[in-house]
Design a protein around this ligand. Structure first.
Ligand SMILES: Cc1cc2nc3c(=O)[nH]c(=O)nc-3n(C[C@H](O)[C@H](O)[C@H](O)COP(=O)(O)OP(=O)(O)OC[C@H]3O[C@@H](n4cnc5c(N)ncnc54)[C@H](O)[C@@H]3O)c2cc1C
Length: 426
């Protein structure tokens, strides 16, 4: 961005889009801001969709929506809902939208892509039958909540975070629940078997059935076109009234590709969230952003990333350069387990797992080490240690696994390179 623009358009009215508008105003940007969103709802947060909204049936507005309805007018943000950006012309700096009101054109000096992700779909016979759900939007969540009443047989295809959260909600509501997982254990590839088994035990204690190493090859239907069962590769079927497909998400990069931006697994950006075009930035789920701490690009599909990256994007737009270097952070709630995870590491790079406390107690911490240094950490029902874990990760200091695993040793005293750690932690 060379000169401060006077006209910013943000594509995608999710958390990242709304926060970009908020930070632009907070930083003193006084040009026009247009926030364009395909959904009819004003920007909201998605984590409650697989948790409280399913269990309670609704979420108080203050826990769901990013801003009050009046906030947009009060901050002179032109919020265009039910409006899809179809095309961007980078030569004329205009984009065109469609909505029920027809086609419109908007001009911009700076463009922020905050188009988020969409659920992956199964390409098998019967995948579009009534009763098969995906969960991304508030409307999806409301439809699924309605389907969960009356103790149905619920089958989750995919034992990832969303699949397991929906399983927990459905089991809490008294449904008969089966989780189908392609791997050896739900979340096994994320947490490793030892810790994934903590979650598996929690689900089993709530009578959730678990089938692993299964291959979903299709769905059978009732005579009126509703899903009746999930067909597996071994020839067996699992009866179902409700199916939720939770097999991951893919970034919405179609517009970026059409604009010929550099895209691979997401829109490539630098640490200031600038894409390969000087007028265009990307934030949230779609940003495959250079991360100074890891020395490579990472793409993070987590709430905290969509919450925090916009501050950097807003600063970049007004020429106040601050690299985005927050560590990835994720949380999940299932039954009475509250998990918080931080770090970014490939399982194959992990050389040691250290557990602090007894994982069977449901209250513990875990650390994944790479060559003696903390690469990621997780707290389960432990609430105030995230900052200390992040300081350890950032310090890159070697730690004593014995001290790390000892709950009586403060996390500030686990490093074996005190000099380097003092510098890095200060
Ligand atoms: C059910 C669920 C539960 C989750 N739970 C957790 C959790 O517990 N913890 C956690 O850390 N993360 C969680 N996440 C992930 C987190 O919600 C996402 O990382 C976050 O929503 C990303 O925000 P975003 O603004 O980048 O994208 P999104 O929230 O996907 O918003 C993008 C918006 O852009 C719109 N859009 C796309 N293309 C266009 C276009 N061409 N024109 C106009 N609008 C467009 C989309 O319709 C969408 O509304 C959860 C996600 C889901 C779906």
């Amino acid at each position: 961005m060379t000169a401060t623009p006077s006209c910013v358009v943000i594509i995608g009215a999710g958390l990242a889009g709304a926060k970009t508008a908020e930070h632009l105003r907070a930083i003193g940007f006084d040009g026009t801001i247009t926030l364009v969103g395909r959904e009819e709802h004003r920007p909201y947060e998605r984590p409650p969709l697989s948790k409280a909204n399913l269990i309670e049936g609704s979420v108080p507005d203050k826990d769901l929506f990013v801003h009050e309805p009046s906030w947009y007018a009060e901050h002179d943000v032109d919020l265009r809902l039910g409006c899809t950006v179809e095309e961007v012309d980078l030569r004329s700096h205009t984009l065109s939208t469609t909505s029920t009101e027809g086609r419109r054109t908007f001009a911009f000096d700076a463009l922020v892509l905050a188009t988020g992700s969409s659920p992956r779909r199964l390409d098998v016979p019967g995948a579009d039958l009534t009763g098969i759900h995906h969960l991304r939007t508030l409307d999806d969540s409301r439809r699924l909540r309605a389907a969960l009443t009356g103790h149905p047989r619920v089958v989750l295809v995919g034992g990832g975070w969303i699949g397991l959260e929906v399983a927990a909600a459905a089991a809490t509501l008294g449904a008969s629940v089966t989780v189908l997982e392609a791997g050896g254990m739900p979340l096994g590839s994320v947490l490793g078997e030892r810790l994934a088994s903590v979650l598996v035990a929690a689900h089993r204690s709530h009578r959730v059935q678990l089938r692993t190493r299964v291959d979903v090859v299709g769905f059978t239907a009732t005579s009126d076109g509703r899903v009746a069962a999930v067909r597996l590769g071994d020839g067996t079927t699992v009866p179902a009234d409700v199916v939720v497909v939770g097999v991951g998400a893919r970034p919405n990069v179609e517009l970026a590709r059409a604009m010929r931006l550099a895209v691979d697994d997401g829109v490539l950006t630098d640490e200031f969230l600038r894409t390969s075009h000087p007028r265009v930035l990307a934030v949230g789920d779609i940003a495959h952003a250079w991360h100074p701490v890891f020395g490579r690009r990472i793409r993070v599909e987590h709430w905290a990333n969509a919450l925090n990256q916009p501050r950097t994007a807003a600063a970049t737009i007004v020429g106040k350069w601050t690299a985005y270097d927050r560590l990835p952070y994720f949380y999940s709630d299932q039954y009475d387990l509250g998990l918080k995870y931080t770090g970014h590491v490939a399982r194959r790079d992990i050389t040691e797992l250290v557990v602090r406390g007894d994982e069977r107690s449901g209250t513990f911490m875990a650390f994944w080490l790479r060559e003696g240094r903390v690469a990621a950490g997780m707290c389960v029902n432990v609430w105030d240690q995230m900052d200390s874990i992040q300081a350890l990760i950032r310090s890159r200091a070697e730690v004593s696994a014995a001290r790390l695993g000892d709950p009586s040793t403060p996390l500030g005293e686990v490093v074996t390179e005190p000099r380097q750690a003092r510098i890095a932690l200060s």
